[in-house]
Design a protein. Sequence first.
Length: 160
Amino acid sequence: MSYGNHQRDTQQYLRQQIEQASSIEQVLMLYDGAMRFLLQAKTAIEAGDIQARCNANGRAMQIVAYLIDLVNPETGGEVAKRLFGIYSGLLKRMLEIDLRNDPAVCEELIQAFRSLRTATAQTLADQQGSRASAPATGSVIAAPKPSEEELEKLRRNAVA
């Protein structure tokens, strides 16, 4: 199998994973991507590669901007408002990566995403454990199936 075929097969697999994932699983994937890009930004800072830092941080910022767009304060109530505040704060802090060129800021943000991921994964586990109970009336995340354009962005971020 050639490298091109392998890459195409990998992208097809990732697309299927994204399409079949629940809203919360998609959020977990986004957190993973943000952490991966922040780690790349940190590594780039340590290597003195300003362009790579800017590119990686920019991609992490795109993920957080997308997360902000997913939050639905109208139906999610207080939880959605908190998530909006958390994501907005993360985005503002990410600006400091480019301003300060400080790997410690990257590490701080990676830890914040780890905490969010842990809490979100626990929520998913709790939901899966209580499938027999009545469904919730409101949703924190307004996440209809992503459009083809959104899927393409997620795929590019997942394989980069």
